[in-house]
Design a protein around this ligand. Structure first.
Ligand code: SF4
Ligand code: SF4
Length: 349
């Protein structure tokens, strides 16, 4: 059994939520590297091809030194809104004739072409990494917004090698949820995990029961594990210990519903969460029905802020290029992961 799945069963699952409110790729990459080495089971990213590719590349880069680091990559899709990204665009008529076309060389997907039949950015090949934008000497390349429908983004994310999808929904959005689920369902066998994230509110019990029936009816059960992410107080973990109470309260309420699947805390999680769970007798996990783990977002990112600022001041985009800052960031990240699991030491994986 893969380590992340084992963690779910053991109640020690650690997920880093990285990217829901930030699209800054070097920051996401550094957070992913630090928490992956510190033992994160899963890294949850915006369903943005540029971000997914950057994190995949980062994990592959550190794996020779940390061979057992292999977190599952999850992307989040919102059932009420299609994801917005960017693509590069420029008018080749404005290019000076003597430009040696650094844009063409820097593009990792050969999306920039100068052919007799077409000159410019091939939309289908551009994933919006942004590398061509600053390199143009006359700054003629622009980023333009681009909206992906679920029919496009789901196969694209699977082709990039993601392991899991999380559907973000809200109470009462049954129709939107069903529409998005119908797009994911034919591909479900390619996923290791499906998650559903829903904030609290009146009618939550009935809504989650309804979703459970939609996802896993008795005659057609879900072929992969399912997580119910209880989004206590979204994006509030960095504002203090009060946020963690709401999140634990919601986790307990969803656990009591006994829905098929794991229950994992989020929204308001921070360094107070495990001590509070321990105080309530909910951690370490006991019995068959227990919380599967915790997702950390804004709190986890805020802990790394001093390191991220130093990286920025040094002009370093890849955390592993500064061994000192890498060590410092893993130490910081490990404080959080170690509350749920034992620390990993560098090089031993
Ligand atoms: S944004 Fe990235 S993928 Fe798109 S054209 Fe520029 S370099 Fe190529
Ligand atoms: S770098 Fe700028 S000016 Fe030069 S070919 Fe590319 S888009 Fe045109």
């Amino acid at each position: 059994m893969e380590i992340p799945l084992q963690s779910l069963y053991n109640g020690t699952w650690f997920k880093l939520i990285c990217g829901a409110s930030s699209q800054h790729i070097p920051t996401i990459r550094s957070c992913a590297v630090a928490y992956a080495i510190a033992g994160a089971d899963c890294i949850d990213l915006a369903a943005d091809p540029a971000i997914v590719m950057a994190v995949k590349e980062a994990i592959a880069t550190i794996q020779p030194d940390y061979p057992t680091v292999n977190p599952w990559l999850m992307v989040s899709l919102n059932d009420g809104e299609d994801p917005h990204f960017r693509k590069a665009t420029f008018d080749s008529e404005t290019c000076p004739k003597d430009c040696d076309r650094p844009c063409e060389k820097v593009c990792p997907t050969d999306a920039i072409k100068f052919l007799p039949s077409f000159s410019g950015v091939v939309d289908a090949l551009c994933y919006g990494c942004g590398r061509c934008l600053p390199i143009c000497p006359i700054q003629t390349i622009q980023a333009r917004p681009y909206v992906y429908t679920p029919e496009v983004i789901v196969p694209m994310m699977l082709a990039l090698g993601i392991d899991a999808i999380e559907i973000h929904t809200q109470i009462g959005r049954t129709e939107d949820f069903t529409r998005l689920w119908q797009t994911i369902k034919p591909k479900i066998h390619q996923l290791k995990l499906l998650a559903v994230s829903c904030p609290n509110g009146p009618g939550m019990v009935q809504y989650l029961q309804e979703l459970s029936q939609i996802l896993s009816p008795p005659n057609d059960p879900l072929p992969c594990p399912l997580i119910w992410q209880t989004d206590g107080r979204p994006m509030s973990g960095d504002i203090g210990d009060g946020a963690t109470r709401a999140c634990i309260h919601l986790g307990q309420a969803v656990l009591a519903l006994d829905l098929p699947g794991f229950v994992q805390l989020a929204g308001g999680t921070n360094n107070h969460t495990v001590p509070k769970l321990t105080q309530l007798g909910l951690f370490p996990p006991q019995g068959d029905r227990h919380l599967a783990g915790i997702a950390y977002g804004s709190y986890a990112r805020s802990q790394l802020q001093p390191v991220l600022q130093q990286l920025e001041a040094l002009g370093i985009n890849r955390l592993e290029e500064s061994p000192d800052l890498l060590e410092e960031s893993v130490k910081i990240a490990s404080k959080l992961t170690a509350a749920l699991k034992r620390e990993r030491s560098p090089k031993s994986g």
